[in-house]
Design a protein around this ligand. Structure first.
Ligand code: LLP
Length: 419
């Protein structure tokens, strides 16, 4: 399913030369494969059949309108965490009824916006949020569909920054508190209980912690049923891990077989909120080598490229590994060394990779792989760097889906009081 392959030594995306994209659009540029996104979505859907599962794509992973449009066309719903993401889903033609709204800090304005659009479900993360939701829904004469995000206190075994299901994390509420919230919600005419949810972390390697979380959710569902509180769906969040280096892709077969066993015959519809699984390995970040600074007296050798931590922050923030490959075969005058691939930003934490053995020459084009998820969405203008362009490859051609920012635009929101 890998859309990036070599032909005559040159790296292509679904048959399109990455060097053509770089020459036409410039670098740094994110390149995505639509066919990969579609294939991943369909594979997940097929693995879950015959469960009547709803896949709500986690917008935060890659929120470009064309990416959202792609998942919308496949019939996906959406998991959002802000009014801005809801705005995007609407702009991409998404159906608000398929939207689940997660996040610990929903503002009144965001809640009102979502209520007026009749979104499918608010994934409520605290008693205080439940109160606010009830208040806003009554004010607007609406009924808010809710699910309580349970924090099952399960260790997802992932990086601490992207682990969310432990009681030390800010997300969700403990099972006991969730039960009280459901009792309160079911007695409130401004609220309608529709589901239960959790999301225990991201880049999870195996099904076990997810299934453990499901068990504790189902126990609560049974207790609620006994109290006459019925639920329509169980939402297990996202978190399915992908291959960045040599780790295996998430074992979908084991996960889906266990889900089927636990849910077949139950009245609960399964909802999942995958982000990374659908998009990570369908994107690359193209960057060009500006300078080579080979090691002086056994220090490190630096390849300084035109992409930096502001364009792709995952290595700097999570010590994340991304494979990096030259787009073309090495030129004759290339230098082989163990390069640290670093950007122009003025921080020692600005690196894309350490110690990668390859032959490089200035001007070479590199592809930073697995950059389709949490790449562009986490980019910034640090060091007043315009953010990269984004390109989608489909049907053997490429289209610009977000043009590169320019420096003038970066200044446009500011006022120079003395100027
Ligand atoms: N649902 C909720 C409520 C979430 O918080 C997340 C991700 C997802 C779904 C999607 O998770 P996924 O399937 O993509 O693992 N920036 C980090 C990842 C942060 C994930 C935050 N929550 C990274 O670059 O690794």
């Amino acid at each position: 399913m890998n859309p990036f392959s070599r032909q005559d030594g040159e790296l292509l995306a679904d048959g399109v030369r990455l060097s053509d994209i770089a020459n036409s659009i410039g670098t740094p540029v994110y390149v995505y494969s639509r066919s990969y996104f579609e294939a991943r979505y369909r594979a997940l859907q097929a693995a879950l059949a015959p469960l009547d599962a709803r896949i709500c794509y986690a917008v935060k992973a890659n929120s470009n309108l064309s990416v959202l449009r792609c998942f919308q066309a496949l019939g996906a719903g959406f998991d959002i965490v802000s009014g801005g993401e809801l705005q995007r889903v609407m702009a991409a033609g998404g159906n608000p009824e398929t939207v689940v709204f997660s996040g610990v800090g929903k503002s009144e304005a965001e809640i009102d916006f979502a209520l007026k659009l009749n979104i499918g479900c608010f994934n409520v993360e605290s008693r205080q949020e439940l109160d606010r939701l009830s208040q806003r829904a009554s004010m607007l004469g609406r009924v808010a569909p809710i699910s309580v995000r349970v924090n099952p206190n399960v260790d997802a075994g992932t990086h601490p920054y992207i682990s969310t299901g432990l009681k030390t994390n800010k997300f969700g509420v403990p099972v006991s508190e969730a039960e009280t919230m459901y009792q309160r919600a079911s007695a409130d005419p401004a609220l309608e209980v529709v589901g239960i949810d959790c999301h225990i972390g991201s880049q999870i390697a195996s099904a076990e912690p997810l299934l453990e979380a499901l068990d504790s959710l189902l126990e609560l569902v049974n207790r609620l049923n006994a109290q006459g509180i019925g639920l329509r769906h169980v939402d297990l969040g996202g978190g399915l891990g992908v291959r960045y280096k040599d780790e295996p892709d998430f074992d979908l077969e084991t996960y889906s077989a266990a889900l089927k066993k636990k849910l077949t015959g139950s009245a609960l519809q399964l909802v999942l909120e995958p982000g990374r699984y659908l998009v990570a390995n369908g994107g690359v970040l193209l960057t060009r080598v500006e300078y080579l600074k080979p090691s002086a007296d056994d220090g490190r050798s630096f390849a300084i490229v035109d992409a930096a931590m502001n364009d792709l922050i995952r290595p700097a923030l999570y010590q994340a590994w991304h494979d990096i490959e030259p787009v073309n075969q090495a030129a004759k005058h290339a230098r082989t060394a163990n390069w640290d691939i670093v950007g122009p930003v003025c921080e020692s934490g600005d690196f894309l990779a350490h110690d990668r053995e390859m032959a490089l020459a200035p001007g070479d084009l590199l592809a930073v792989l697995s950059a389709g998820a949490y790449g562009m969405v986490q980019s910034s203008n640090y060091n007043s760097r315009p953010r990269p362009a984004e390109v989608m490859v489909e049907n053997g051609r490429f289209r610009l889906i977000r043009r590169r920012e320019n420096s003038r635009e970066l200044l446009s929101l500011e006022r120079d009081l003395d100027g």
